[in-house]
Design a protein around this ligand. Structure first.
Ligand SMILES: [Zn+2]
Length: 89
């Protein structure tokens, strides 16, 4: 599950919460208000997430899968675009 950053509209506090993907609100950690909104920041979470070896391996497998899918998409696109490339860089 991803960690999202939320901003409380009642107390103005920011907090981070592990939530389901796509979740837009979470109850405030300090005041309990549910009027919070997700903060879309370009920065990564300020605290470091300590991953166990198993999690790292799982993440790497996920990444490898995504890379493989992207490669296949790229290949399919190149195929449908015709043989103008000739053989890559
Ligand atoms: Zn609050």
């Amino acid at each position: 599950m991803p960690i999202y950053e939320f901003l409380c509209e009642r107390c103005g506090g920011r907090f981070e919460e592990l939530v389901e993907p796509g979740t837009e609100t979470a109850a405030c950690r300090s005041c309990g208000a549910e009027r919070t909104r997700r903060v879309y920041s370009a920065q990564r979470a300020p605290f470091k997430l300590v991953k166990t070896g198993g999690e790292v391996r799982k993440q790497e497998r996920t990444n490898a899968g995504l890379r493989e899918r992207a490669k296949q998409r790229f290949k399919a696109r190149r195929r449908s675009a015709g043989r103008s490339g000739g053989g890559g860089p």
